[in-house]
Ligand binder design. Structure first.
Ligand code: ADP
Ligand code: MG
Length: 396
């Protein structure tokens, strides 16, 4: 079933209706103060659309991990304040999630007004996707909108269960994630280049297996490359290498050959003495890594090789840095690849928490088509898994 067929808020008739909106307001907080309100800001287009179309908007989200217990430390109060500031209207906070206060406030909402429920994870049924809680959420509203992509891989009451009892649609944030990543996976503009890196093969097996079926070129860098090199018979010194994944690496390389996927591994590397930012380093070809040294980045010949394949791409999906990009001496490969992706003119998609952080930190964020907001959710999406928070939404 295609994910591209889901109803969006624009398919709903929201005027005069109570609309329950699951957002991702899991903001960064320190001592009760929001230190980054990016997630609130990102949610505004969906909320504003609903308000402008005279809906009665009931917002909800989780915040932190209160583990099914009411805990003032995880109250949504700062979020309600932040929303009020950005929307220019008072967003009242219910004292509970689905209790008396929530019902009273919801009943008193006028068209074009918004309220916020308390932290959905105050309810023990939330993470268990308890049908009783889902029904209680549904009883607050007439329509359900899910705009929390970062939680879409979890089947919880407010992210999935509630959709069993209400007509539903996705919000703008969710829609963009689905549109860009869904199209890339279902019907990519070719050539389709997948770039995978990061620490371990074992974290990315599902992603490699799914993308190998779809892409024209598969580029492997980062720590995971050393397991593949080892499988090819090279010695990799003290590089991060998963000995128990050598057979899998061989199978994946055979699969790439069978599918006629252009499979690229680093031909040279920046190696270091120790896993430390200021360790002595040098550049060396992949068949000559000495004992007692570890690969911490791709080398300059590899940068050129990878960049050449990326420049002509129609679609690029990138997950996982090319080296230990947190450290200046080992960030060169990730910077070069980011530059190639940015200049490629391809539809470019960055998935994965560390990859997104690297691209932002290195200053390439504006040049990418899409940086997925969900770490775990985007990985599962790239693995080709059905995400409960998307699957539950009505089709057009
Ligand atoms: P993402 O979060 O984007 O999915 P990962 O979590 O898989 O990415 O990988 C990111 C981590 O991989 C970073 O912390 C980076 O330092 C590490 N890494 C990349 N290359 C190497 C390497 N050659 N050796 C050890 N760690 C590496
Ligand atoms: Mg990570």
């Amino acid at each position: 079933m295609s994910v591209l067929n889901k109803k969006t808020i624009e398919d709903l008739d929201v005027a005069g209706k109570k609309v329950l909106v699951r957002c991702d307001f899991n903001v960064k907080m320190e001592n009760g103060v929001i230190t980054s309100d990016k997630r609130v800001v990102a949610s505004l287009p969906t909320i504003k659309y609903l308000l402008q179309h005279n809906a009665k908007v009931i917002l909800c989200s989780h915040l932190g991990r209160p583990k099914g217990q009411v805990n003032p430390e995880f109250s949504m109060a700062p979020v309600a304040e932040c929303l009020s500031k950005y929307l220019g209207i008072e967003v009242k906070l219910a004292k509970d999630v689905v209790g008396e206060s929530a019902h009273e406030l919801a009943a008193s909402l006028k068209d074009g007004e918004a309220m916020l429920l308390e932290n959905v994870r105050f309810e023990p049924g939330e993470t268990k996707n308890d049908p009783e809680l889902s029904k209680q959420f549904a009883s607050l509203a007439e329509l359900y909108v899910n705009d929390a992509f970062g939680s879409a891989h979890r089947a919880h009451s407010s992210t999935a269960g509630v959709a069993d009892y209400l007509p539903s649609a996705v919000g703008y944030l969710m829609q963009k994630e689905i549109d860009v990543m869904g199209k890339a996976l279902e019907n990519p503009v070719r050539p389709f280049v997948a770039i995978l890196g990061g620490a371990k093969v074992s974290d990315k097996i599902g992603v490699i297996e799914n993308l190998i079926e779809k892409c024209d070129t598969l580029i492997i860098g980062g720590g995971m490359a050393y397991t593949f090199m080892r499988a090819m018979g090279y010695s990799v010194g003290t590089s991060i290498c998963e000995e128990d994944k050598l057979d899998l690496a061989k199978e994946l390389m055979a699969k790439a050959k069978e599918k006629k996927v252009n499979f690229l591994l680093p031909v040279d590397n920046v190696i270091g003495r120790e896993y430390k930012p200021d360790t002595p380093f040098m550049q060396i070809f992949s068949d000559a890594i000495p004992d007692g040294w570890m690969g911490l980045d791709i080398g300059s010949t590899t940068q050129e090789l990878f960049s050449k394949s990326i420049i002509g791409a129609g679609t690029v999906i990138w997950n996982g840095p090319m080296g230990v990009s947190e450290w200046e001496n080992f960030a060169g490969g990730t910077i070069a690849v980011a530059k190639a992706v940015a200049d490629s003119g391809a539809i470019s998609i960055i998935g994965g928490g560390d990859s997104a952080a690297a691209v932002k930190k290195l200053g390439f964020a504006e040049k990418m088509t899409h940086i997925s907001t969900g770490g775990g959710a985007s990985l599962e999406f790239l693995e080709g898994k059905e995400l409960p928070g998307i699957a539950c939404i009505d089709n057009k």
